[in-house]
Ligand binder design. Structure first.
Ligand code: TYD
Ligand code: MG
Length: 451
């Protein structure tokens, strides 16, 4: 009989050790090692010899993609679902993962295919309630209240689904390992088994994964390298806007994002996102600037709000929502150095509208403009948009895709855009738009003070 001993496995990175340690040597996390019985491993090396196949004899699978029924999701997947693939969908609790995949189930079933929805989190009647809310009644959706991965294989033979949804991967378990569901060894073993099922059968598997407090998929690295696609569901639960962003995609680009809105009837696609974000903006208030950001492969116009209030000597607060806190600190430091404004004695709060998190550095200039406007208590010119990265020395650096940004600004009826002086604009004609090129932030501040 195989000897059963115990080992310690890190819950964050999967590092294994025989003795307990407070700090994981793999990822440096504290208190993340959990004891697990190390029985015989479930995955054995195959005893049959597998022949090597010449590359040109392997069939091309890219042509056989099928649609999820949601254009935006298909875009993130690289043009639809690839048979035999495994897609990990991660996100905070309540963000809409189950809703999204139930909608996908409805669409796939509506196109005449069968879907198996395995739920380890909610009862079947709870899912039925959600399906009624989403007005789904396709006969091709089968619900399964099963968490046992070995038994899933029997159901697959019986129902023969094209798409299998596992809600969530943390709740399923295999008997071949004695540790509890959700532990790293269980996650790894179950995912390995599902991967086999996917590759052998050509079915598409969606795995829903929980996210830990610090934003990583629970058991992240262990799962990410095994699956084909990793999609993160982003957004602020208090807002209805959601972004699907792929962190890994073996069948497409990771640049694409999906823009969705949670409505009373589930997730709907946002057709004109820039318009969506700017409808409620009042251009006459101080501290409000519009930025031409670029997310995925699309320009996106958003409002940045800044609030600068006098706090007196001592520690001034800086709070960023929707942008990185360190980036805000950097922009403030550059402003302080180049403007002569005394920002050190002011609390500064910056917020991006709609609960979106922006990573595009081109929003720097807009953030700086919003801060200046709030500090001077003077609104920025109405109908003005900003796009430019701020360097540490106060220069405005060029950003890519300027043509697409300008087109979007023009489409939405804005009259001017402030861009970096050395922007690469090829054949762009925007007759209705006043394009103002600036090279340094102090240049903008001077114009703003004089204007
Ligand atoms: P859910 O999909 O259960 O989130 P997750 O699986 O990521 O934990 O639901 C998310 C929220 O969406 C929930 O608070 C209810 C809300 N919701 C709507 O606003 N509209 C709808 O049509 C549905 C089905 C849910
Ligand atoms: Mg759920």
């Amino acid at each position: 009989m195989a000897k059963i001993s115990s080992r310690f496995v890190c819950n964050s990175c999967g590092y294994e050790t025989l003795k307990y340690m407070g700090k994981c040597p793999g990822c440096g996390d504290w208190n993340s090692l959990r004891e697990e019985a190390s029985g015989p491993r479930g995955v054995h090396a195959p005893s049959i010899r597998v022949p090597a196949v010449p590359l040109d004899q392997i069939p091309d699978t890219s042509i056989s993609r099928f649609s999820s029924g949601m254009q935006e999701l298909d875009r993130v997947l690289g043009g639809g679902m690839v048979p035999g693939s495994m897609i990990l969908v991660g996100g905070d609790p309540g963000i809409g993962k189950s809703t999204l995949l139930l909608q996908v189930a409805g669409n796939v079933a509506g196109s005449g295919r069968r879907v198996l929805y395995l739920s380890g989190e909610e009862s079947l009647s709870q899912i039925k309630l959600r399906a009624m809310r989403l007005q789904l009644d396709e006969p091709g959706i089968f619900l399964l209240g099963e968490q046992h991965i070995e038994r899933l294989e029997n159901y697959l033979e019986e129902i023969d689904p094209h798409v299998v949804i596992i809600d969530s991967i943390q709740t399923v378990y295999t008997d071949s390992i004695s540790s509890i569901p959700g532990s790293i060894s269980q996650l790894r073993e179950c995912t390995a088994r599902i991967m086999k099922m996917a590759k052998n059968s050509g079915r598409v598997f969606f795995l829903i994964g929980h996210v830990t407090k610090d934003g990583a998929l629970a058991g992240p690295k262990v799962l990410e390298h095994m699956v084909d696609v990793v999609i993160n569901f982003e957004g602020d639960r208090t807002f209805s806007f959601r972004i699907l962003r792929s962190a890994k995609n073996r069948f497409g680009s990771t640049d694409e994002i999906a823009l969705l809105e949670m409505s009373g009837l589930g997730l709907v696609e946002v057709i004109d996102p820039s318009h969506y974000f700017l409808t409620e903006r009042d251009s006459s208030v101080c501290g409000s600037a519009v930025v031409a950001s670029y997310e995925g492969s699309r320009p996106l116009l958003l409002e940045i709000q800044a609030l600068v209030v006098f706090s007196g000597p001592g520690y001034a607060r800086r709070m960023a929502s929707g942008i990185d806190q360190n980036r805000l600190a950097l922009i403030i430091a550059v402003l302080e150095k180049n403007s002569g404004y005394n920002l050190a004695q002011h609390d500064i709060y910056v917020k991006v509208s709609g609960g979106v998190f922006l990573k595009d550095p081109s929003v720097d200039l807009g953030i700086a403009a919003a801060i200046i406007s709030s500090f001077r208590e003077k609104p920025l010119e109405a109908d003005m948009v900003f796009a430019g990265e701020l360097s540490l020395s106060g220069e405005i650096r060029a950003v890519p895709f300027m043509d697409q940004r300008i087109k979007e600004v023009e489409k939405l009826g804005y009259r001017s855009i402030v861009i970096p002086g050395n922007s690469d604009r090829r054949d762009l004609k925007a007759p209705g738009l006043n394009i103002r090129e600036i090279r340094r932030i102090d240049e903008f501040i001077r114009e703003f003070e004089e204007g």
